[in-house]
Design a protein around this ligand. Structure first.
Ligand code: NAD
Ligand code: MG
Length: 392
């Protein structure tokens, strides 16, 4: 029986994870659940899953959570805040941690799970972008296993040899990440100037949280994924390419020296990646319908329109700069996306905020957590200043 701490249980990845777990009650048990501020939703999940620990990330809501659990007659322990998330990630109640919090808020619990040697199912790509080297060091220290949930990285993982060594030693020439192109594929910059948050969140193939949906619309999601691939697979930036594939059936590919290209295909449903990572090295039912290639009929591929969608190049640029540049990129993006979602910033200004932040904040070679958190905070303040100046 694998005991699972699910951090970010009330989100899209959280719901997909619980759906897979529910299909395999004999294999998996939920031992910890977390949510940001929605106490009612968290208590409802605790009624269903009866975990040992429930964490509400907003510390002001700890009392409300404890009262909710008591009145539901549960003996689940209520904890809160960053410390509660860390405890849930590293405690002996769990063998496996699903890191499904969105944004930098997921960093410390992800690192804690890695350090504690848990089986780490990673959806929270922002933590890799912010602190990729630290995460690798934490994984080395803990000796646990990281299994990527991001569909592209899960696909790459599936296409790499089981006995993983250096990519060059495995004969890998390139990692090819596929991108759907998002809801605005084919649009011009003048059309993009007017798009609203709801338009940006209407992804053609995937139902996801609002932050990653906006990232998909700007193509920053693919930029973050290039950096994620660099750290997860120890791949040079030059060996990571992006190709637009509007159907989202090929989830990504690995190209080998002999010309072979291995791809992982499936319906666009995160439960496939989640089930793969939960059961690895075995395979289990994910509740996902069989792929009907005859009905799909055609798989299309095209280059990325980098003139219109500039965030992808900004991410490559940050990766080339190294040091704290990816941390700055991620922080500026989180602030700009939040401002866009609150109607404080036009869509095209997201990339402008990130670009200006990268220009103004030179990359430093910081490798410890306090230093990285400091860079993150500096970048957020700078982004806020730029956002305010654009609103004037
Ligand atoms: P979501 O917005 O649906 O859910 C986010 C979860 O994080 C919720 O449980 C929320 O309560 C929690 N949360 C939000 N802010 C928090 C905070 N400050 N502190 C603690 N908890 C907080 O997001 P999602 O779509 O499920 O995405 C989660 C992560 O997975 C993101 O990093 C995203 O990039 C990644 N991801 C998602 C998908 C997808 O299909 N949804 C695919 C690939 C990767
Ligand atoms: Mg992805």
């Amino acid at each position: 029986m694998m005991r699972i701490a699910l951090l970010g249980a009330t989100g899209s990845i959280g719901a997909s994870t619980l759906d897979v777990v529910q299909r395999h009650a004999e294999r998996f048990r939920i031992s910890a659940l977390s949510a940001h501020r929605n106490v009612d939703a968290l208590v409802a999940l605790c009624r269903q899953w009866r975990p040992e620990i429930a964490v509400i990330a907003d510390p002001a809501l700890e009392g409300e959570l404890a009262a909710g659990l008591r009145s539901a007659g549960l003996d689940t322990r209520a904890t809160a805040g960053a410390q509660g998330l860390i405890e849930a990630a590293e405690g002996s109640h769990a063998d496996c941690v699903v890191a499904a919090i969105v944004g930098s808020a997921g960093l410390e619990s992800t690192l804690a799970a890695a350090r504690a040697g848990k089986r780490l199912l990673l959806a929270n790509k922002e933590s890799v972008v912010m602190a990729g080297s630290l995460l690798r060091a934490a994984l080395d220290q803990g000796g646990g296993l990281l299994l990527p949930l991001d569909s592209e990285h899960n696909a790459v993982f599936q296409c790499l040899p089981r006995e993983r060594r250096d990519l060059a030693d495995c004969g890998v020439r390139r990692i090819l990440l596929t991108a759907s192109g998002g809801p605005f594929r084919g649009r011009s910059r003048s059309e993009l100037a007017k798009v609203t948050p709801d338009m940006a969140c209407a992804h053609p193939n995937w139902r996801m949280g609002r932050k990653i949906s906006v990232d998909s619309a700007t193509l920053m999601n693919k930029g973050l994924e290039v950096i994620e691939a660099h750290f997860l697979f120890d791949a040079a930036a030059a060996a990571i390419d992006v190709v637009v594939h509007p159907q989202s059936i090929v989830h990504s590919m690995v190209e080998y020296e002999d010309g072979s290209v291995l791809a992982q295909l499936g319906n666009p449903d995160m439960r496939t990646a989640i089930a793969y990572a939960l059961a690895w090295p075995q395979r289990i039912d994910a509740g996902v319908a069989a792929l009907d290639l005859v009905r799909i009929a055609r798989l299309g591929f095209e280059g990325v329109d980098r003139e219109t969608f500039r965030c992808l190049d900004l991410a490559y640029q940050a990766l080339a700069s190294g040091g704290t540049a990816p941390t700055t990129l991620n922080a500026a993006n989180e602030e700009a996306v939040a401002a866009f979602l609150e109607d404080r910033l036009p869509f095209l200004a997201i990339e402008a905020v990130i670009e200006t932040c990268l220009e103004r904040l030179p990359s430093a070679s910081v490798t410890d957590l306090p230093g990285l958190l400091d860079s993150d905070l500096t970048a957020r303040r700078e982004a806020q200043r730029i956002i305010a100046s654009l609103a004037e």
